[in-house]
Ligand binder design. Structure first.
Ligand SMILES: *Cc1c(COP(=O)(O)O)cnc(C)c1O
Length: 387
């Protein structure tokens, strides 16, 4: 696969693994097992089988004719991750990692979740693969996302509220890591984005790369050429890296990541070690991780996958921010023109496409990665628009 991983686990100065020795041993073993299986034909066949029969891939690359005509510029295509089972791209990675967990003989899967989307995807796959499932979630988040907690419980998962620290995502990650170190013999930690110490960023990229593998084949079939730009929203960076992977070596394709202006890690971050790896991080004046805010829960994280920091530094990818107002307008415009409610996360990518398309020629092409569907966000948008 194309990529820019230079030395194992490093993307330029970014990435690596900065953890305590007991955890490092567990990660070394995981890295070794991932290397062993990732290109194994039987493993690959099984992964593709579940993507097809359970997730519903390949999903379409839909030409957004009405939105294109409305904006009167470049042709816009939507990569429809919103049509996957469970409604977003996260399941691609979950299926890949759970198959690896099975090969490694794990009987138990643990995961962290913020708003609950990764927890639901993990609980879903654990139900299907008959794995014991424990989800760590900040106590504050379990209160705000009570319905997702119930959803995970319906799927047979045990949800553990974490009240240590601030009771948020970071505290849930710490608890999950402590569990992993005590139970590594039978437990697999299924991480939800392209973040964390090596091998997680490379592993999550590997399983999300199916997005650009498909979109490249599809755009060549439909248009006979590559797109001029690929746009994706960026939280931890997994849907974006998956949407970019197979275009990394096609220098003529612009790769564009879009962040909320109040969680602008790539635009305003500085190099630092956070959560066991080096990347761009939003710090406050005392050098502590700065609190972020986003109307899209999936983008509300002060760190970013190390490969995006590298792509930013080398200039291969560009990163921009959009405001909440622009995101809400994009949400409504896609609904009205195309009959598609995007996830608020994905609406960030749409919002940037709305700005970019009219500056381009009509024979140029933009692919927007529609990372998820917006049903989960309708109530929140209702409250924001009625205010
Ligand atoms: C979780 C999520 C994101 C953000 O995560 P990445 O790892 O940056 O992709 C984006 N969109 C949707 C729909 C999500 O559920």
């Amino acid at each position: 696969m194309s990529g820019v991983e230079i030395e194992k686990g490093y993307f330029g100065q970014f990435g690596g693994s900065f953890v305590f020795p007991e955890l490092q041993e567990v990660l070394d073993y995981l890295a070794e097992q991932f290397e062993r299986y990732k290109d194994d034909p039987e493993f690959k066949q099984e992964y593709l089988y579940y993507l097809r029969e359970y997730v519903g891939r390949e999903n379409p690359l839909t030409y957004a004719r009405n939105l294109t005509e409305y904006l009167n510029g470049a042709k816009i295509y939507l990569k429809r991750e919103d049509l996957n089972h469970t409604g977003a791209h996260k399941i691609n990675n979950v299926i890949g990692q759970i198959l690896l967990a099975k090969r490694m003989g794990a009987k138990r899967v643990i995961a962290e979740t913020g708003a609950g989307q990764h927890g639901v995807a993990t609980a879903t796959a654990c139900a299907m693969f008959n794995m014991d499932c424990t989800i760590y979630m900040g106590a504050e988040d379990t209160r705000r996302q009570a319905l997702n907690v119930f959803r995970m419980e319906l799927l047979g998962a045990k949800v553990v509220p974490v009240s240590k620290g601030q009771g948020r995502l970071k505290d849930a990650v710490d608890e999950a890591l402590a569990d992993l170190v005590s139970n590594y013999k039978n437990t697999f930690y299924l991480l939800g984005s392209a973040v964390g110490p090596h091998p997680f960023p490379s592993m999550v990229k590997h399983f999300q790369a199916v997005i650009s593998e498909e979109s490249k084949r599809q755009i060549l079939e439909k248009e006979g050429r590559l797109p001029d730009a690929v746009i994706a929203c960026v939280g931890g960076g997994s849907n974006a890296i998956g949407a970019f992977t197979h275009y990394l070596e096609d220098e003529e394709v612009r790769l564009i990541g879009v962040e909320p202006d109040q969680a602008a890690t790539l635009t305003e971050g500085v190099p630092a070690v956070i959560h066991g790896f080096k990347s761009l991080v939003l710090l406050d004046e005392q050098g502590k991780p700065r609190p972020t805010y986003s109307i899209a829960a999936g983008l509300d994280y002060p760190g970013i996958g190390p490969e995006h920091s590298y792509l930013k530094e080398t200039g291969r990818a560009e990163y921009f921010t959009v405001t909440n107002e622009e995101v809400l307008e994009a949400f409504q415009l896609l609904a009205k023109t195309e009959g598609i409610l995007p996830a608020l996360e994905s609406a960030h990518a749409i919002a940037y496409a709305i700005k970019l398309a009219p500056t381009m020629k009509k024979d140029q092409i933009i692919i927007v990665n529609l990372s998820g569907r917006g049903d989960k966000d309708v109530e929140q948008v209702f409250h924001m628009l009625k205010k």
